[in-house]
Design a protein around this ligand. Structure first.
Ligand code: BV8
Ligand code: ZN
Length: 243
């Protein structure tokens, strides 16, 4: 099918959808200038995210891990939502049921106005105390290393889900509830490699949802989607909402 007729099909599906779930990854923020994880620009000092985003790495060298997060905080602080974030935020008001599940920790969906969302991997602007576990907002750029809890003096860590760490129960429940009740699921800008998010498309499919993938390329999830649109999220996502 040419993109034109495919676009028309999806616009129709969106116009009649009652319950829409959107799953996003780093690709939706690429158009805001935030490097993706597995693209060419995904490395920092030759470390991969998998090397640094782990409790073991933080235990072994908390300064190195905080330096990596300071590099990302500095970079993300200057970035703004793009038309794809804005289009997703506007969807909240169009459908009886809507939920956004994002793997991104950059906070750009919130900046665009999204409120019906689960930031399943956390948020780079939140920190958590490793002792008293209190979670606070911290916008310091850079954050002084090593940051200590004002409540109990414990070492602060990013309030982010690292590899080998479980997602918050409430995020898993909200995500699964949304996926199981959706009749349309948009999967935008994710390579579909990181679990459990990489299994979310299959949950929606199981529930009978029509699955649309928006990505530059084919991904590990492409075999289960009903329609794939290839291109930049900032160009494609706003088009989906045009009648
Ligand atoms: C869990 C926070 C239960 C960090 C992230 C061995 C031991 C322990 C665990 C595992 C293991 N083996 C496997 C696992 C499970 C593991 C996992 O899945 N690993 C993978 C690598 C195989 N998962 C976990 O550990 C999860 N927890 O399973 O708990 C458990 C508990 C104990 C033991 C076992 C299991 C936790 C996962 C969360 C990890 N944290 N982020 C940080 O950000 O600081 S994941 C990290 O990857 C980011 O959050 C990111 O969002 C996520 C996924 O990446 P993508 O978003 O997809 O980005 P990527 O760069 O890959 O792709 C970008 C895509 O966009 C591409 O497709 C590209 O084509 C496209 N694109 C680019 N530009 C555009 C575009 N598309 C459209 N427009 C554009 N302009
Ligand atoms: Zn504390």
């Amino acid at each position: 099918m040419g993109t034109g007729s495919t676009l028309g099909l999806i616009q129709q599906k969106l116009a009649s959808a009652r319950s829409v779930t959107v799953l996003t990854g780093a690709g939706i923020s690429a158009d805001s200038g935030v490097p993706t994880f597995r693209g060419a620009d995904g490395l920092w000092r030759n470390f991969r995210a998998e090397d640094l985003a782990t409790p073991e790495a933080f235990k072994r060298d908390p300064r190195l891990v905080w330096e990596w997060y300071n590099w990302r905080r500095e970079l993300i602080a200057t970035k703004r939502p793009n038309p794809a974030h804005d289009a997703v935020a506007s969807m909240e008001h169009r459908f009886d049921q809507f939920w956004l599940i994002t793997q991104n920790v950059d906070g750009l969906h919130r900046d665009a106005g999204s409120r019906k969302l689960s930031e399943i991997h956390g948020n780079i602007w939140m920190v958590r105390c490793t002792q008293c576990r209190c979670v606070t907002d911290n916008r310091d750029v850079p954050i002084a290393i090593l940051p200590l809890c004002s409540n109990c003096g414990g070492l602060l860590r990013p309030h982010i889900v690292w590899f080998g760490e479980s997602l918050a129960e409430q995020d898993l429940e909200a995500s699964e509830a949304a996926l199981e009740s959706s009749d349309l699921c948009l999967i935008i800008g994710t390579s579909g490699l990181v679990y459990p998010a990489a299994g979310f498309g299959a949950i929606a499919k199981q529930a009978g949802a029509f699955i649309v993938e928006i990505n530059l390329d084919a991904t590990a999830q492409s075999s289960l989607v009903d329609v794939a649109l290839h291109g930049r999220a900032k160009d494609i996502v706003p088009l989906l909402l045009q009648a």
